[in-house]
Write a protein that binds this ligand. Sequence first.
Ligand SMILES: C[S@@+](CC[C@H](N)C(=O)[O-])C[C@H]1O[C@@H](n2cnc3c(N)ncnc32)[C@H](O)[C@@H]1O
Length: 222
Amino acid sequence: MTQELWTAVDAYIKEKMIPADAVLAAAQQNGIDAGLPPIAVSPVQGKMLHLLARMCGAKNVLEIGTLAGYSTIWLARALPAGERVITLELDRKHAEVSRKNFVMAGLADVIELRLGSALDSLPKLVEERRGPFDLIFIDADKSNIPAYFDWSLKLSRPGTVIVVDNIIRDGKVIDTDSKDPNIQGVRRFNERLATETRVSATEIQTVGEKGYDGFALLVVNG
Ligand SMILES: C[S@@+](CC[C@H](N)C(=O)[O-])C[C@H]1O[C@@H](n2cnc3c(N)ncnc32)[C@H](O)[C@@H]1O
């Protein structure tokens, strides 16, 4: 099995289930044109996030890691009128591009972007009592996933869905000797999950246009 096949199957899924969408395509293109790295979720994955948000009836969504706001737009479109996504982004340029994308998507009133390190923004969200969130998508620097998980628990309620991206990393997650801080972050997160009784979790390996990776899916226990 090859990357070529995975990409072709993603194209097939898109053709059948994800109608062409000028706004999402422009949001993606604006990120590329601005020189942002091509590390957003794919359309198939964006729709998965959208469906998860709808499946859990999400009204209050938190995203950690905005980039150009592609996944944020998918999530925001899942919300009932009047509800909100808060998205956290460290990089000023990424924030500028995504803010323009939110205006272009007609979602500027739905999405609140907080610029700065997520590890500074998350305690503020707790202080401001902006939780509990119904769905939290963790997709920033992978070395901090364990810390983002801890803050997510503080911002959750029983039933909160937590999704974490990039937890398989071409299978490198099972490399016990890896010195890569991203792999080490994911592995420390998995060690936490192995004993954490406050959530039920699994991890799904994925292939597609973005290669071989995966998502962690968690629900906060009652
Ligand atoms: C994988 S990209 C997010 C992709 C986006 N969720 C999507 O799918 O469209 C990760 C983003 O996290 C941001 N980031 C990295 N470290 C961060 C930190 N400490 N706090 C907040 N954001 C951070 C990066 O600048 C980058 O824009």
